[in-house]
Design a protein around this ligand. Structure first.
Ligand code: DX5
Ligand code: ZN
Length: 222
C-alpha cells in the first residue's frame, strides 16, 4: 500500500496560510495534518474551528485533524462540521478521552475516519479493545505539544510491535506516526510499518516542498 504523507499545517507560515495549503497540495501532500491544541492537555494553544473553516475554503487535501485537547469528544463533531467536505478523519488523544467507544462511534456515524493517538509513554496494550473499532492509530514519536522536537528513536520498535499486532487482525486500522520525522529517519519509520507519516518542520521548514516530499517518497519506497 502506498505510504501517505501528511504535512502538519502547524509548521506552515500562518501569514499566508491559503498559499501554503496550495503549495503543499501542488507539492503532492496526500493529507493535511491539523494539530489542534487547547493549552490544557498540552502547554500550547494552536488553532481551532475558524482556522479549520478557512482551510476548508481553500479546497485542500483531505484534513486529518489531531485533537490534542481535553474532552476531545465534545469538539469532534464541531470540527467535522468546520471541515465540511474536506474532512478525512478525527484523531482523539487516548490520554484525554475517557469515553472512547461512544466518541469513536459518533465520529464513524458521520462517515468520518476515527483515530486514536497515544503519547510516547502510553503503552500499546491500552488500545487492545480499541483496535477493532478504529480506522487509524497514531503513534506519537514526540511528546505532544510542539513541532520541531527530536524524534524519540525507541518509538520505532513500538511501531513495529503495533504493525505485528494489526497484521494479525481482521480490522486493519492504519498506523500513523507523528513527531520529529524528517528525511534522515523517515525510512526507518516506513520500514517499521507506518502507513501514514506526519511531518511538520521536516517539510515546511524546507525551501522546496515538492522536492522534499518527492525525496521523502523516494526514501520510503526504496
Ligand atoms: C505534536 C504534533 C505533531 C507536530 C509535528 O504535538 O502532534 O503533529 O506538530 O511537527 P514536527 O514534524 O516538526 O515534529
Ligand atoms: Zn499531530
Amino acid at each position: 500500500m502506498k505510504k501517505l504523507i501528511a504535512p502538519s499545517i502547524l509548521s506552515a507560515d500562518f501569514t499566508k496560510l491559503g498559499e501554503e495549503v496550495e503549495a503543499i497540495k501542488q507539492a503532492g501532500a496526500d493529507w493535511i495534518h491539523v494539530d489542534v491544541m487547547d493549552g490544557h492537555f498540552v502547554h500550547n494553544l494552536t488553532l481551532g474551528i475558524p482556522i479549520v473553516e478557512a482551510l476548508a475554503r481553500t479546497n485542500p487535501p483531505p484534513l486529518d485533524i489531531h485533537l490534542q485537547i481535553d474532552k476531545p469528544e465534545s469538539f469532534s463533531e464541531k470540527f467535522i462540521d468546520a471541515a465540511g467536505d474536506s474532512i478525512l478523519g478525527i484523531t482523539l488523544q487516548y490520554e484525554t478521552c475517557a469515553l472512547l467507544h461512544g466518541s469513536i462511534s459518533r465520529i464513524k456515524a458521520r462517515g468520518v475516519k476515527a483515530g486514536v493517538a497515544i503519547s510516547p509513554m502510553t503503552p500499546i496494550y491500552v488500545l487492545e479493545e480499541v483496535l477493532d473499532y478504529v480506522d487509524m492509530v497514531l503513534i506519537m514519536t514526540v511528546e505532544p505539544g510542539f513541532p520541531g522536537q527530536k524524534f524519540i528513536t525507541s518509538m520505532t520498535e513500538k511501531v513495529s510491535r503495533l504493525r505485528e499486532i494489526i497484521d494479525g487482525m481482521d480490522n486493519t486500522p492504519l498506523i500513523q506516526v507523528d513527531g520529529g520525522i524528517k528525511m534522515d529517519n523517515i525510512k526507518l519509520i516506513a520500514d517499521a510499518g507506518a502507513d501514514s507519516i506526519v511531518s511538520g518542520s521536516g517539510i515546511f521548514g524546507t525551501s522546496d516542498y515538492a522536492e522534499t516530499i518527492s525525496n521523502m517518497r523516494a526514501e520510503i519506497e526504496s
